[in-house]
Design a protein around this ligand. Structure first.
Ligand SMILES: Nc1ncnc2c1ncn2[C@@H]1O[C@H](COP(=O)(O)OP(=O)(O)O)[C@@H](O)[C@H]1O
Ligand SMILES: [Mg+2]
Length: 216
């Protein structure tokens, strides 16, 4: 069994004839926490969408968990989840938000999974479960969105600037949640952040991008 989860070779992405990503080789090991750094427009979010199987590169090869990916089907997409800077919450309670993905998948023991996920992101279940989506601070809303993703126990968690504009406490709690899910479930994480010190603390390794390429 290989320890490599993603292996991208010669992956390029273009938008209207402009090459925004050009990777000779990019690999992510199973259970790693990889940090991505680099200026705005260096291609980080583009790479994250490709890793999430939300878009396909114009050229190159992607091997995921030992299989060459031709088209991303729903089974594949469900193994990977992407959280962006602007958390999207459903117009429901916190419990309703965290339970949603579990309900879609026909999961059992939903309430205990909701509680566990909220605890992982530092939200006391008895206080937060019945809160409405509009009764949350920015940091709490982001952590609810993260809990909703943890609840479905993804194989890969992609966090694209998860702490941008958050308070110090939420930033710390997101760090803790990332480390805990890796410990508990062996989740692989790729995290983009402009906060280099925070990223250095949470990630095993930081890869810096410049104009769509890995900077050495
Ligand atoms: N959907 C899109 N259509 C056209 N251009 C895009 C699109 N998404 C990103 N870009 C461009 O691709 C480049 C890389 O963007 P992005 O991957 O968002 O970088 P980063 O996340 O590092 O800031 C930028 O020049 C951006 O304007
Ligand atoms: Mg971005």
């Amino acid at each position: 069994m290989s320890n490599i989860l993603y292996k991208l070779s010669g992956v390029t992405q273009c938008y209207s004839d402009k090459t925004v990503l050009n990777l000779d080789d990019f690999t992510v090991s199973k259970g790693a926490i990889i940090g991505l750094a680099g200026h705005n427009g260096s291609g980080k979010s583009t790479l994250m969408r490709i890793l999430a199987f939300l878009e396909s590169p114009v050229s190159g090869e992607i091997i995921f968990d030992g299989k060459k990916i031709e088209t991303a089907d729903i089974q594949l997409r469900r193994k990977v989840t992407l959280l962006t800077q602007e958390p999207y919450l459903l117009k429901r309670t916190v419990a309703g938000n965290v339970a949603y993905g579990l309900e879609l998948r026909g999961a059992t023991h939903i309430e205990s999974k909701v509680r566990e996920s909220l605890s992982l992101v530092g939200l006391e279940p008895d206080i937060f479960m019945s809160r409405q989506w509009y009764e949350l601070s920015g940091g709490e809303a982001q952590r609810v969105a993260l809990a909703a993703r943890l609840a479905i126990n993804p194989m890969v968690l992609l966090l694209d600037e998860p702490t941008a504009s958050l308070d110090r406490e939420s930033t710390l709690l997101i760090h803790e949640a990332a480390v805990k899910v890796r410990e508990k479930y062996g989740t692989t994480l790729v995290i983009v952040s402009h906060d280099y010190l925070w990223l250095e603390d949470v990630a095993d390794k930081i890869i810096t991008f410049s104009q769509g390429k890995i900077k050495n």
